[in-house]
Ligand binder design. Structure first.
Ligand SMILES: Cc1cc2nc3c(=O)[nH]c(=O)nc-3n(C[C@H](O)[C@H](O)[C@H](O)COP(=O)(O)OP(=O)(O)OC[C@H]3O[C@@H](n4cnc5c(N)ncnc54)[C@H](O)[C@@H]3O)c2cc1C
Length: 410
């Protein structure tokens, strides 16, 4: 039986571990936190996942919260005008629903399932020296430690990483008591609110430790008025700051939020990181090689809500590559090939995400504005969150955008 070590118990590490386990591999997962510490800790993400990524979970039969989590049928965009009215306001319909299951619920549950099914779960924050030791004892070592320090053993790929500094200051609050959206009270949706030159606010339903909740997620341009959460330690102060910003910049969202309260003391998160693509193979001091997974190798800004989706796709791609390898060695050439298969998908996510971080060019403003009248444009944008490669066909280049708009208007 082939022995595989996965360092990091997040979306990618655990999905891959549970997948390999179901195929009879001898899998060890190393996590720096216990399931209870994760469940009782701080929120980590907003983790909205779209159809393709959710299907990978269904295929692995680990979609344990699918019936409890809100089914997100739509994705809307609003753009604030200078007078705080809405210059753009539409709802696109998703072909397959999206869901957000609080990673505290999901990762804790998946860890317990992995252990119950006979997997080796080791609670230990791995260092490079540990990997050096384990690389000699396992057929394959995968590093799925997210944006943790172990990532620095993988070389940054400057050609694929246009940014050296964080492009947004992130601030998340999980709340109960958010009112429905008056325009579509029956439709669960992610709402992207754009405040030009200032940043974005995403609002989305989730399933958390205390049941259904909503998330208020600010992406502020660093140094600007939304970059207001640094040093805020008290969760109530975080929520108060979030509501003040809502009232000032997005009164239509504030109107839904007047009754909200935090889900729990761990329901807030603030931080920032530089989006980074890394080389996939990490070399150990003793000569061994390890393969980077998901955020370790491709960490985009969460402005497009893709990281968990990409982690799921990466886990599914690596699972297929491992199974296909049979009894052959997991050498460096195989590792490069496995990552190349993942990059075929991830490159589109990276290109689109970096485009969304920049001020929108004229043709993108036109496309977003067209969603007000043309439902087809709204729907196509929404479904691009599931398959960002589609943006190549109509979004990036002014000529393709104009040709597309002409087609759908006709
Ligand atoms: C504010 C915010 C909002 C987001 N919103 C979305 C969204 O709506 N949709 C979406 O798809 N993505 C979103 N993301 C991104 C998404 O959360 C991540 O991309 C995704 O969780 C990455 O999965 P992963 O498995 O690579 O890493 P992680 O989920 O980060 O898991 C890594 C695990 O490894 C552990 N670890 C770290 N170092 C070590 C070590 N040395 N030894 C052992 N264990 C270690 C960590 O504790 C963690 O449990 C968001 C991210 C942020 C920050």
């Amino acid at each position: 039986m082939r022995k595989i070590l996965i360092v990091g118990a997040g979306q990618a590490g655990l999905q891959l571990a549970l997948g390999l386990q179901s195929h009879g591999y001898d899998v060890t997962v190393m996590s720096n936190r216990t399931a209870d510490e994760i469940r009782g800790g701080r929120v980590m993400s907003t983790q909205c996942m779209f159809h393709t990524a959710l299907q990978h979970e269904r295929d692995t039969e680990i979609n344990f919260w699918e019936s409890q989590a809100p089914r997100i049928q739509g994705l809307g965009v609003s753009v604030a005008a200078p007078d705080s009215s809405r210059a753009v306001n539409w709802l696109g319909h998703l072909d397959g629903y999206a869901q957000s299951v609080d990673q505290r619920v999901k990762m804790a549950g998946w860890m317990e399932t992995f252990a119950q099914r006979g997997g080796q779960l080791v609670i230990h924050g791995a260092a490079v020296s540990d990997l050096d030791f384990f690389a000699r004892r396992y057929d394959l070592v995968l590093v799925a430690a997210g944006k943790g320090e172990l990532g620095s053993m993988f070389e940054r790929d400057p050609a694929r990483s246009p940014h050296e500094t964080p492009q947004r200051a992130l601030a998340v609050a999980y709340v109960h008591g958010m009112g429905p959206r008056p325009e579509h009270p029956e439709t669960e949706a992610v709402r992207c609110n754009l405040v030009p030159g200032v940043g974005e606010l995403f609002v989305m339903p989730t399933f958390t430790t205390s049941g259904r909740a909503d998330i208020l997620f600010w992406e502020g341009i660093p140094g600007g008025p939304l970059d207001a959460f640094q040093g805020v330690k008290d969760p109530q102060e975080h929520l108060a700051t979030s509501l003040e910003l809502l009232e000032r910049y997005l009164p239509w969202e504030y109107a839904r939020a007047t009754q909200v309260e935090l889900t729990d003391a761990g329901g807030t998160l603030a931080g920032r990181y530089a989006p980074t693509v890394r080389k996939p193979v990490g070399r150990l001091p003793g000569g061994g090689a390890v393969l980077g997974v998901a955020d370790v190798v491709v960490a985009n800004d969460p402005i497009t809500g893709q990281g968990s989706n990409s982690a799921s796709k990466c886990a599914a791609t690596y699972l297929a590559a491992i199974l296909e390898r049979g009894d052959e060695p997991f050498d460096e050439e195989w590792m490069q090939g496995a990552f190349a298969r993942y990059w075929a998908t991830a490159q589109h996510v990276t290109k689109w995400t970096n485009a969304m971080l920049a001020p929108p060019p004229e043709h993108v403003l036109q496309l977003l504005g067209a969603g007000n009248e043309l439902q087809a444009v709204a729907d196509r944008f929404a479904n691009g969150f599931d398959d960002p490669s589609d943006f190549e066909e109509w979004f990036f280049e002014p000529e393709k955008a104009a040709a597309y708009l002409e087609r759908v208007s006709g």
